[in-house]
Design a protein around this ligand. Structure first.
Ligand code: SAM
Length: 219
């Protein structure tokens, strides 16, 4: 199977099954207009996040890596009206675009965007109500640190999803990417070995190439 085939199938599934609404499309368009990289989750993955938030009954979501707010919108839509998502973003420009997008999507009251390095923001969340669902999708070299924080800020039953865990297969050839691949591998090994977690990982193909996500549940 060649990549154009995967992309065609993804577009078909997006049109027929996923059915994004105008708010999702606006977020994608705004990111292109603002010259931001197209590294958001694919629509079918965004909808999976929304459904996982709903199915887990989450009320408090933590996201690491906001970009233009595409995944934030999907997850916020899965929360009850008094639910909250705290999303960490390094760049002010990305946070500004995301703010406009979550507001336009009608979920702005559920979304708290914290600007700065996530490893500086996460310690400020200690002592607040714990998180029921965590989505990790930022600088991959820190994946393992973010996993530690997700456990610390979560509780038994918290669901943790980590994006981009295959990285075009570079996890088996880390020398192809000396920044991201070792970070992903360290996270995967921790996820598999940490007795506090139950975990699996899934490969995907489509508009984002060959990649995948890992999902864990805090025991
Ligand atoms: N989750 C988003 C979505 O699917 O719509 C995509 C997030 S994008 C892959 C990664 C984002 O993480 C970028 O906007 C980047 O600026 C941000 N980022 C990178 N390093 C970061 C850090 N140390 N702390 C917080 N955010 C960071």
């Amino acid at each position: 199977v060649t990549e154009p085939g995967w992309v065609d199938v993804e577009h078909y599934l997006t049109d027929v099954v996923v059915r994004p609404d105008p708010a999702h499309k606006r977020a994608l368009t705004s990111a292109v207009e603002a010259d931001m990289p197209a590294i958001e989750v694919a629509p079918n993955a965004g909808k999976l996040l929304r459904m996982l938030v709903q199915m887990s009954g989450a009320r408090r979501v933590l996201e690491v890596g906001t970009l233009a707010g595409f995944s934030s919108i999907w997850m916020a839509q899965g929360l009850p009206d008094d639910g909250r998502i705290v999303t960490c973003e390094f760049l002010q420009k990305h946070a500004d675009v995301a703010r406009a997008n979550v507001d336009a999507a009608g979920v702005g009251h559920k979304v708290d965007i914290r600007v700065g390095a996530a490893l500086d923001t996460l310690p400020t969340l200690v002592g607040q109500e714990s998180f029921d669902f965590v989505f990790i999708d930022a600088d991959k070299e820190n994946d393992s640190n973010y996993l530690d924080w997700a456990i610390r800020l979560g509780h038994p039953g918290t669901v943790i999803v980590v994006d981009n865990v295959i990285w075009d297969g570079a996890i088996l050839e880390p020398e192809r990417d000396e920044v991201n691949a070792p970070g992903i591998v360290a996270m995967l090994e921790k996820m598999g070995q940490d007795p506090r977690l139950d975990a699996t990982a899934i490969q995907t193909v489509g508009s984002k190439g060959w990649d995948g996500f890992a999902i864990a549940r805090v025991r």
